[in-house]
Design a protein around this ligand. Sequence first.
Ligand SMILES: Nc1ncnc2c1ncn2[C@@H]1O[C@H](COP(=O)(O)OP(=O)(O)O)[C@@H](O)[C@H]1O
Ligand SMILES: [Ca+2]
Length: 409
Amino acid sequence: IFSHTSPEMWFQGLFPPSVCPANANVDTFYGIMFDAGSTGTRIHIYTFVQRSPDQPLELEGEIFESVKPGLSAYVDQPEKGAETVRGLLEMAEDAVPPSHWKKTPVVLKATAGLRLLAEQKAQALLSEVREVFEESPFLVPDNSVSIMDGTYEGILAWITVNFLTGQLYGQNQQTFGILDLGGASTQITFLPHSKETLEQTPVDFLASFEMFNNTYKLYTHSYLGFGLKAARLAALGALEKEATDGHMFRSSCLPKQLEAEWHFGGVKYQYGGNREGETGFEPCYSEVLKVVQGKLHQPNEIHRRSFYAFSYYYDRAVDTDLIDYEKGGVLEVRDFERKAKEVCNNVDSYSSASPFLCMDLSYIAALLKEGFGFGDSTLLQLTKKVNNIETSWTLGATFHLLQLLGVSH
Ligand SMILES: Nc1ncnc2c1ncn2[C@@H]1O[C@H](COP(=O)(O)OP(=O)(O)O)[C@@H](O)[C@H]1O
Ligand SMILES: [Ca+2]
């Protein structure tokens, strides 16, 4: 039965991979990146292989885990917050072989949740996390625990998506823009082709960097306070008020009879439906419109670029069966508005899913159309994973980290 097998084939199977001559030079590297988001903390453990010293690293796989709530919910209990990081880091001890621990870097970058906290409180949280890192067996680079600048959030997510879809190397590069809708902030990033865009854009919306022997000048901006959950508070009028305690914030986007409370960023809010007044899509849309109208820069060129959208764009599209949770899909901007009408005009029958569904969908429609200025028929690619890797800024950040440490070229 082995007569068709050549001798080389025979021997190949006999060598364990690490001593097999064909693989003699293969090196494995690991990188651990924490995303301390406003609604949750996530660990991404990436595995890379290098087939020979003169070849680039290849991404082999990712292990991903997350916990809720995010660090900012522990604003007055920093040690407890850091414990959530410790729990996730223990997973990394199982995922990375002990022989590699000392050279595997671990980094945490916090986003909008911590940007919104008082400086001192945010620093207290970060310093507790630093202690957890120092006690771990991993490599802790300088400045390994920090709040990330919003500009990087956009650039790094852009790198991730365009790397995973194969746009950053080889011929025929047609990069995709990205739209990320977090809890507290939202990002838009794309590679402008036209000179007009570069001329008409405020300089702090443009960022240049080098990657894989190319120079890119990206349009990118992170809007703090325009994430989905921050937008809920803005729509409810809860951001203008000094004392939120005991005040009931009402909205035409919520089920009429609803009264409930909600915790975000360590603050408790009470909210409810418009018992006396109107409810439904029309009044709701004008509420959320006030949050975005005239507040965002509208680059003309977005009408001619293709965009990937993720985070809450993805989650709310899944919640309303616009796309499949596993497969994602392609939507038009108008699909969000259509769903918003459907949900808002029957808000009571959807309230078991989430009382905020009408408000969230209306906000997404308003953000896309009146905020960024997208057309009704603009196509959005909704994706959670590409080739089984999460479409998160964390991969771009890990590339950058390995480059800084001299592990990759
Ligand atoms: N690794 C991930 N893959 C896909 N979606 C993610 C990932 N991490 C976070 N999200 C999504 O991001 C949204 C929450 O944003 P978050 O990161 O907590 O806030 P912010 O970016 O404003 O700090 C949620 O929709 C969540 O599903
Ligand atoms: Ca995020």
